[in-house]
Design a protein around this ligand. Sequence first.
Ligand SMILES: Cc1cc2nc3c(=O)[nH]c(=O)nc-3n(C[C@H](O)[C@H](O)[C@H](O)COP(=O)(O)OP(=O)(O)OC[C@H]3O[C@@H](n4cnc5c(N)ncnc54)[C@H](O)[C@@H]3O)c2cc1C
Length: 441
Amino acid sequence: MPAREGVIGRTTETTHDIDTEVVVVGAGPGGTVLSYLLARSGVEVLLLERHADLDREFRGFGFQPDALRLFDEMGLLERVLALDHEEVRRGVVHVYDKPYEVFDFDDLSGPYDFALLMEQPPLLETIIEAASEFETFTYRLHTPVRDLRDEDGRIVGVRALDHETGDELAVRSRLVVGADGRFSTVRAAADIDPGLLESDLELLWFKLPETVAHSAAQSRLNEHGLLLYFGVGGGEIQLGWFIEKGTYPELRERGIEAFRERLVAVDPSLAPAFPDSLPSFDACSLLHIEPGLSGKWVRDGLLLIGDAAHVASPIGAQGNVLAIQDAVVAHTTVTTALERGAGTLPAATLRGYEERRRPAVERVLKSQRLAERGLSWLVRRSDSLPEPVKRPLLKAPFAIPAHVPIARLPFGRRLLTRALFGPDPVRVDTTRFRERPGGRR
Ligand SMILES: Cc1cc2nc3c(=O)[nH]c(=O)nc-3n(C[C@H](O)[C@H](O)[C@H](O)COP(=O)(O)OP(=O)(O)OC[C@H]3O[C@@H](n4cnc5c(N)ncnc54)[C@H](O)[C@@H]3O)c2cc1C
């Protein structure tokens, strides 16, 4: 790796030149899965992650059954299931204490009839560990990408900062993959609009001990609000509370005790956890729900996947599986394009990936937007309705007769069923896999 002195910003740094076939920016579900698949197919791949470890900010922890199938096709399912997790087979919403089933994975055929709830960091580490078994894979933590290298409109690499040494990396590649999430630096540097869509909602997250909170994937709804529960293993349950966008300062002003009282009004069984398990708003994180759909996912030398291409809403827990499905389709497109010649991969050879994925992503996004509108109404308007009107209104979307075909299900369950089961089965192209060290495939 040749090194030279250079001046960047106000500091003098050494610049290291690195050549690789593909550089993947961002070690989320999309970036790690694509890096693993490329490395396993003999492609030289460099994965760059901005943070010093993977254990820092909130990440979505629901993985749909289709993600299990894809992990199995990749040869990773056994390792994934060895991690701390919870299995979700049925989803139940308690509306005024009456349970309504909103999805049942028993309807799915085959062995992948449950979803996983798990913390992302151990999962990502497991995928990176699997990729590291292949010598064409290199992983650099604490190395944020700051800019793209552009030659006559073609993307030919990235510039990154190695925080460990303070040096700049000038990476030259045939393809840059932007897998750097909702605030993607790669997307911004390529001048691609994220296509953000307005949302009236924000989500407040906090954790409670699982001894008091209910188990995996449940929710409770009444006139005081909607409470979501996600068991993630490790003795804790993650809870979510929707609020109207911009109203968090008011909620804080009313005080943590008033918030705890509202939570207990939705679920009285939480009372023993308070005040100890939710001593202040410092134990809460506020997450913005601002989905988006970029107008363009490929350029000469550039491909976007996951949230960098389409910012996922947390509604219906679809973002992880969409990012993984993107990576699976991108793997086939990229390995085929790399074989076709030398130099920067032209947009024309990458476009098949976008054409395959965009309609599927648009369908999921549409379902999420519809569900979001309903939720938004609930959060903003339901306080003003008289109780005799509100109660039947809140119950209506969930009143579902058993075993009705999807097309004839009531609106709420149809929406959830479509979103949760995912519309587009993609397959891992295992014919591209090389042997693992030790002769295993
Ligand atoms: C509140 C909330 C709850 C959610 N819950 C769920 C859920 O339960 N289930 C679900 O499926 N989805 C959920 N999602 C969505 C899900 O988290 C995302 O869709 C998913 O993480 C996208 O994966 P990704 O690989 O595209 O990006 P990310 O997971 O965002 O990963 C991007 C990576 O890129 C790194 N990075 C960023 N910039 C740079 C840079 N310049 N250089 C190098 N690295 C960089 C980041 O540090 C990060 O590691 C939720 C989202 C929100 C906001």
